[in-house]
Design a protein around this ligand. Sequence first.
Ligand code: FEO
Length: 403
Amino acid sequence: MAMINKAVKVSEHVYWVGAIDWTIRDFHGYTTKRGSSYNAYLILADKITLIDTVKAPFKDELLSRISSLIDPQDIDYMISNHSEMDHSGCFTELVKELKPEKTYASTMGVKALANHFNFSDEIIALKTSDEVSLGNMKLSFMETRMLHWPDSMFTYLEDDNLLFSQDAFGMHLASIERFADEIDNGIIDYEAATYYANILLPYSPLVLNLLEQVKNAGLDIRIIAPDHGPIWRKDLGRILEFYQQWANQKPANKAVVLYDTMWHSTEKMARAIEEGLRGGGAKAKVMSMGAHHRSEVVYELLDAGALIAGSPTLNNNILPSMADVLTYLKGLKPKNLVGAAFGSYGWSGESPAHLNDILVEMKVELVSDPVKVKYVPDHDSLVLCYNLGQKIAEKLKEEFEDE
Ligand code: FEO
């Protein structure tokens, strides 16, 4: 009988034994249009070791992939690199069922697993530079606090030059292919950037430190095995350079115009601003919140130098879709942005001022007072919008000329 849910060989001693979540479309507010995977890895050393587990409903898939290689009861060690429940969802349950000789997590991971699962069995705490012997091989560890949880940790298998990087270098992408080099670069680059923007962006200064720390550790890393999406085994410099670039948050000559509209007036304003941006030599990405998800917006903002936000006034306030996306963006702390607010109104007209306040809270440098238009923009109002776009394009140009 054909074996389903087989393990996939990653390196001489390591197998992928994770699960594929083909239909997940929402990951705590981040839209995952291509699904995801929860990657767990089995090291066939003298001490057979399982690195991470999967989301709880996928436990049987994990066990069947492990069973395609060994009896799960033969697992000697279990290691949790990250205690968020997409990776630890069945960790403590499996510890109880499989009774491994030893279990490990970072110092913070031990606490997080105990708190999540009311788990009182002993988990050995690991810190940076600790090593664990697997008999014929050895593992070393690097705590990666706040990348992106306090418990996050990297595990390195020197014998296979393989770094288990938990969420870092991952992406939400369900696929039969297990390696990044088997998938179209356009998809890989988009999903890796979207993952960075939606998960790691607020921790960018820590990412820069970590990249330096990994470089200084002198590890000869040839494979990076993250906890989501495909495994990197070719041209690792490419993903490492992307991380360096994203973490630097160095903006390009590009503006994101974000808006929602009631009767297309604010939309007309957004399009006139776009014309002004382009006329001034900047790239413009116009995004209606009726047509785009918040996680697509943060992807576009990853390399933008300006954020221009528009909303009509509804019940003395901004539209809920704009409140949603701006709340999300504020939490992700994008940096180095200039911007402005705009919007149409009927009688009270508070929305541009509200948007302005939010942009200030986001530390966006405002380059203009808000542009407000009563009811429907006429030619002169559209010229004001065009001029706003052009002014922001000029500001962006100044920043690029300063370099
Ligand atoms: Fe994939 Fe932070 O969990």
